[in-house]
Write a protein of this length. Sequence first.
Lengths: 204, 204, 204, 204
Amino acid sequence: MAYKRSTLMQERLADNRERILKAARALVAEGGFRQASVTAVAQSAGLSTGALYRYFPSKAELFVEVLGAAVAHEVAILGDIARGDGSATQRLRAAVESFARRALQGPYLAYAFIAEPADPEVEAARLIARAQIGDVFKKLLKDGIASGEFPKQSVDIGAACIVGAFTEALVRPVAPTAKRVTEDKLVEGIADFCLRAVGARVGG
Amino acid sequence: MAYKRSTLMQERLADNRERILKAARALVAEGGFRQASVTAVAQSAGLSTGALYRYFPSKAELFVEVLGAAVAHEVAILGDIARGDGSATQRLRAAVESFARRALQGPYLAYAFIAEPADPEVEAARLIARAQIGDVFKKLLKDGIASGEFPKQSVDIGAACIVGAFTEALVRPVAPTAKRVTEDKLVEGIADFCLRAVGARVGG
Amino acid sequence: MAYKRSTLMQERLADNRERILKAARALVAEGGFRQASVTAVAQSAGLSTGALYRYFPSKAELFVEVLGAAVAHEVAILGDIARGDGSATQRLRAAVESFARRALQGPYLAYAFIAEPADPEVEAARLIARAQIGDVFKKLLKDGIASGEFPKQSVDIGAACIVGAFTEALVRPVAPTAKRVTEDKLVEGIADFCLRAVGARVGG
Amino acid sequence: MAYKRSTLMQERLADNRERILKAARALVAEGGFRQASVTAVAQSAGLSTGALYRYFPSKAELFVEVLGAAVAHEVAILGDIARGDGSATQRLRAAVESFARRALQGPYLAYAFIAEPADPEVEAARLIARAQIGDVFKKLLKDGIASGEFPKQSVDIGAACIVGAFTEALVRPVAPTAKRVTEDKLVEGIADFCLRAVGARVGG
DNA sequence: CATGAATGAGAATTCATTCAT
DNA sequence: TATGAATGAATTCTCATTCAT
């Protein structure tokens, strides 16, 4: 009995932890860090604020983990693509398009990577997150240079630029002009831009 | 009847306004919008909070002006370059390098263009600011496409990507890797990236 | 799962809300709206300012409720009297005396009905409050005119004057003259005045 | 030369003092005590705030005098009427109508007599002001009782009620119902009410 | 002696964190 | 152990009063 209860409890605990992280991520995605108050997160997760503090020692640490989890997810997917088959050019395009499409689902979440968070601790996590995403592209650049697909260039700068390029292009909420680009065109445009930027032959 | 307002005093007034703007800009550059509380700005400018409100009707309007001034300055310089002599390729390189060098002086200020600010009014100003910077690059892209230097492409997406690319590359305050690139190399690397991205022949 | 919310706690919550309202009312009664700052009200209710905002969304809404509760109480009592038995003359006297006696308990609260409050929202509530009190007397005037007890006259003006007359007579916290009238004489005097004013035969 | 200058100066001083008082009165009449900030008063009087403090030691004392002056003016006019010819009934009607008509010109000034001012010192002055106005009516009541026009009654209570009655009737900004009473009807209605209230034969 | 910029205390409101129940 | 009411410091903004020029 005590055993079972303990197992159940542990599951519940893990469950709650996950629910909190999910709720926090959703709130940031919806309305940015501003809307993600501790109370809002707790409520959205179906818990009391007091309970939240049982799982996370502070708001800052919660959001450090939110960021970490989000980026781990991205890195896992992008990493799979980067380590996949095909030329560096093909894999780079696939990676950019994959990230771009997911970002377009919840455009505000992209903010999490660039926006100014409330807390220095979260800020530090944000920098690491960007670096990790950047590393995936760095690997792709190296591959492409090694295979002769891309010209010689600084992979550090190139990776940062790629991340910045599509983040900016995606984050910009809606074009002020009436001309509204379709999602497909946007994603393709960004990918083309990045490929040309690294010296790959595009559409060739 | 009224005492002649001394030149000294007028200078002091103009000085104060400038000092407040400067202090606000500096605080944002140092630690983001978070650190730039009204109290901090006033103190940093050597004034009381009450005095600040003689020069700016609200915190929001102060930061709208901070953003506006920064971007107006940028746009003026970039616009001059964009309307200058030389091929589109040359002008685009010059513009990117010019912006990049200035941004490196106060790396965090670039945040002002992308970071999530506290206030909706400032947010609106931020969107306009980004659009204005983007417009300069849009013009350059159009020029280059017209002259046959750049391949046909979406100038909207391209401009956004350029802004994003160098913002990201510059914003990263400290490189996570030990390898620290010299300023010259960084600036050149970003410019190369952008030029290749739009399909210009680089280093040719 | 959730701890049963104890009856004690629920009582405490209801208690707090009531205590805040009571404290606000008392502070207004003591020293007018001026003294009734959020801090003062909270402290007087034995709570922190933050706690007060759990019960009321803003200072304005708190005082709207203070006013509303006070006036609802009055209107209920006066309405009962107005709809009661007896001639219009008798009921008018009873209403005036009833209101006057209660007002004498907390003389300053009468201010709430006429004083200039800090907030437009409260001001709106104040106008409604006065209208509601006035309506009770309007009804009595109509009754009396219909029954032939009172001469034909403007019931709007008459009701306003009645409210004003006894408010003024009661509000004066300390008589400027040494001659201090007993409560009974004051109440009766006011009632006589009002009855004569509407043309009723007083004192037979 | 020194003489003349001094005289001029004194005149200017007196002038300024008067202008400040006038501006303060006007601002209260327009928008209540709330709008009458020191800065607003000074500006409206064409002076600097610093200059204002040369004429009045504090905001409170300024408004004490505003109230005093306003009431002195009223008392002078009402006193003339009260000491004039005609029966007590006629003079009471004339006094009420005279006050009411002036109050209708700047409805908000009536607030000065009843509204809660920002400062305890002004509050004290307000009480005295009301008493002084009341005294005029007290005299009229005494006259009327002495002449047999009015029945025996408490002149203190009666005077207070009269002041309250017309203040309330005048202050109430606009009737919420569409039925808008003309100024003449309002003034007459109030006067009738007051006359009947003191037992005078109205319209007889 | 006038000016009006500067002061600074005080007001309302928010929110991460704690703790009695 | 879970709850969520309570805390209290921090934030933006106002305004009577002062004082260098």
